[in-house]
Ligand binder design. Structure first.
Ligand code: ZN
Length: 450
């Protein structure tokens, strides 16, 4: 790397990129990465345009804004050099990383992984492939390690997250009672048990302990269903019907604040009311007017306005007033069900499945040849050639698929109606530019298409 200084002097458009995976790891922290990048640049008198930063929850998530910016800069030819601490900051997916690094190398763009002491322009294809594969394997291993160690410490009764109100956490991550807070927890449980409402309790707490923390009614609600206050370690699980069960995850116990008996009485009441409110919320549906922008006035043929129980003509010069939603919609549903052509849609679904499988196979093949190349079983020329062929194949399939997805949005009307997917039905009718009207003869509604 003797001529690197001179080489870098010519580079004017220099960008940094830093990323964390949301996992706490000081070596990976954003400030650490930025410091490394800035120090490297300062020592060589390089001016960095900007360090793009992504802080994300998982390492395999590719929807990263900073990264997307970097890619569009690359696309526009606004990049001479990218500085990272490790190549795996750019991506932890082998296929993606290899594609990116090859693209840069082919376009004369430099990338330096400072902490790895690696420089893209000096790397062979085999080096690139092995860096990429290593990044991916490490990602998998890291995720597994993290999961296992969390499980282990949880089973040992360690409290990993912030301690719940009422407790503090000692140096061994064990819960110990915080007397002042515990007094409040007890008071909350007792008050609720004696029939006070959550809102009343909240007001009391705000009046007496406002300096301690923010008291929302949800704070109190959550407190009343935490079984951890009984001194045992349970996790709360709710199923699809919002039915709550508690599952013990460790035999380790800590000091209780609330008795088991008191807890079960209180929590079952709160859990039940949570479950009920879930259903009423579900039932209290907002108005869905399936025929909005679709139904026209039988007399003036202008689009009718949908409001609550009615479709109304809003034309002041028209004598027609309105029709009830529940009288027109069922008749229309019957009418549009007849216009289904299910056969073509189903055959499209089958085709789609076939293409998706093909795409998966291509990805597998890509992984395979990359590994072959990394262990020198494939020549550089053959490797590149194969990558190009696979890329063309997948592009062709993707084009077909996009077309299919468009058609696939066309779900049979009958299916939408039977599954009560009225919003989607409305969108589909609008997209298909369908306008309907009707006439009423002796109390019978007859639907017509315009
Ligand atoms: Zn009208």
């Amino acid at each position: 790397m003797h001529d690197i200084k001179e080489l870098l002097m010519d580079m004017r458009l220099i960008w940094g990129y830093a990323r964390t995976s949301g996992v706490v790891n000081s070596k990976e922290s954003i400030p650490n990465q930025c410091r490394t990048i800035n120090t490297y640049a300062d020592e060589r008198n390089l001016v960095i345009q900007r360090i793009w930063i992504d802080e994300i929850k998982t390492g395999t998530n590719t929807n990263r804004d900073g990264y997307q910016h970097l890619l569009s800069m690359l696309e526009e030819g606004k990049v001479h050099l990218i500085l990272v601490t490790f190549f795996d900051r750019l991506s932890r997916q082998a296929v993606e990383l290899i594609r990116l690094l090859l693209h840069m190398q082919n376009n004369g763009i430099e990338c330096i992984a400072i902490s790895e002491d690696k420089q893209l322009s000096l790397m062979s294809l085999a080096d690139i492939a092995s860096v990429a594969i290593q990044a991916e394997e490490e990602n998998k291993a890291r995720a597994k390690r993290l999961y296992l160690s969390r499980m282990k410490s949880k089973n040992q009764g360690e409290h990993i997250n912030a301690p719940p109100f009422g407790y503090t956490r000692d140096e061994n991550r064990q819960l110990t009672v915080n007397p002042e807070e515990a007094k409040i927890v007890k008071c909350v449980f007792n008050s609720f048990h004696e029939g006070e409402t959550i809102v009343a309790i909240q007001k009391k707490l705000v009046a007496s302990y406002h300096e301690m923390r923010k008291w929302h009614s949800s704070t109190i609600q959550k407190m009343l269903i935490r079984r951890i206050y009984t001194g045992k370690k349970y996790r709360r699980i709710t199923d699809e019907e919002k039915v709550t069960t508690y599952e013990k995850y460790s035999d380790q116990e800590h000091e209780a604040i609330i008795t088991e008996e008191m807890f079960l009485k209180v929590a079952s009441k709160v859990n039940l009311s949570l479950q009920k409110s879930f259903y009423t919320r579900k039932k209290r549906t907002k108005w869905i007017h399936t025929l909005k922008e679709v139904l026209t006035c039988p007399e003036c043929l202008l689009i009718m306005r949908a409001k609550e129980h009615h479709y109304r003509c809003v034309n002041n010069d028209c004598n027609y007033v309105s029709i009830r939603k529940d009288s027109i919609e069922p008749v229309v549903f019957k009418y549009i069900k007849q216009s289904d052509k299910n056969a073509t849609i189903n055959s499209l679904n089958k085709q789609r499945e076939f293409y998706t499988n093909e795409l998966n196979n291509i990805e597998k093949e890509k992984e395979y040849i990359m590994k072959q190349f990394a262990i020198n079983k494939l020549s550089e020329a053959r490797f590149k050639e194969k990558l190009v062929i696979l890329a063309q194949k997948s592009k062709k399939i993707k084009n077909t698929l996009d077309f299919d997805i468009y058609l696939q949005n066309q779900v049979p009307y009958g299916e939408l109606i039977d599954n009560e997917m009225f919003e989607q039905l409305n969108k589909q009718l609008i997209r298909n530019k369908i306008k309907l009207t009707y006439k009423q003869e002796n109390g019978v509604i007859i639907v017509k298409e315009l």
